[in-house]
Design a protein around this ligand. Sequence first.
Ligand SMILES: Cc1cc2nc3c(=O)[nH]c(=O)nc-3n(C[C@H](O)[C@H](O)[C@H](O)COP(=O)(O)O)c2cc1C
Length: 347
Amino acid sequence: MAVWYRAADFLLSRLDAETAHGLTIRALKGGLVPRDQRPDPASLSVTVWGRTLSNPIGLAAGFDKNAEVPDAMLGLGFGLVEIGSVTPKPQEGNPRPRLFRLGEDRGVINRMGFNGAGLNAALARLSARPRQGFVGVNVGANKDSINRKADYVTCAAALAPHADYLVCNVSSPNTPGLRNLQGRLQLADLLKQVQDAIAVNPVPLLVKIAPDATDDDLDDVVAVCRDLRVNGIIVGNTTVERPASLQSARRTETGGLSGAPLMTLSTDVLRKTARRVERQFPLIGTGGVGSGADAYAKIRAGATLVQLYSMLVYEGPSLVRRIKDELSELLVRDRFTSVAEAVGTDL
Ligand SMILES: Cc1cc2nc3c(=O)[nH]c(=O)nc-3n(C[C@H](O)[C@H](O)[C@H](O)COP(=O)(O)O)c2cc1C
């Protein structure tokens, strides 16, 4: 790792977490972050929704809420990058501080509350970039909206022409009431409206769910997604649970917990989701991924693609290359010639 990067990392880790994130985005915009120059091993290539990606490791939503750096993040070696959540109107989000490192636990708690520059800003950036790589767009609703479903429809319709896939995020814990949209009738109504709105620009449509979903919740979500032929589910968002093992003083902060303490919970819910989906559509496994072994566990639990965010805070950009190297070694060890062969093998 370059000396300058280690120095920058040292300084960033001492700043307030949100300030550090803002500086990271600026560094990425300025081209100051190294690119992954090596080609990905052939075994990591995955075909999903008719597209072939060179690897299954993705950047989760929330890192690049305003579509400022999708290409820089693809350059770090991610096989896919998800921007958002995008809401129709710009909004401030919750008061700061609202993002906390739980260093001892290698976790993060956030209660950002969909802070973002809004639909028009994201649309302008996405429509100005050359179409390259695999960039998903995650959409949400404004806090003060009187018709939240209409917010998803507005964002989805406008952004579909610039997205390789769309995600309805109905699982942020930081917008009061949003998770109610995961209920059977509400979700079916929302997804039908979004499907109708993007019918002229059809792109794969996914739903992002909470890792706090109960078995009954999963029955409902999967039934709706299967009925409506939704194209995938992301499992999942941050959790409102606080595992008893947490050590950090910040563990009592309100918000969603992510990073290492989320790995087991989110992988268990992924596995339960996969059992219900029966390979009708692909799943994305998100939550706590910080190594090739973590990514492999998600794949074996039923994920075709894997995403991460929080562990980048602790490991820096070289994490992406390391995960890919470790994952390809694990595939070789277990005599899989491709990611596809390993998907769901623990089910
Ligand atoms: C600071 C922060 C902001 C986030 N914002 C969003 C968001 O806007 N939309 C969304 O769908 N998920 C958001 N997430 C959730 C992540 O996409 C991911 O699902 C979750 O953090 C678990 O993955 P991780 O443990 O690798 O971070 C956010 C997470 C963090 C830490």
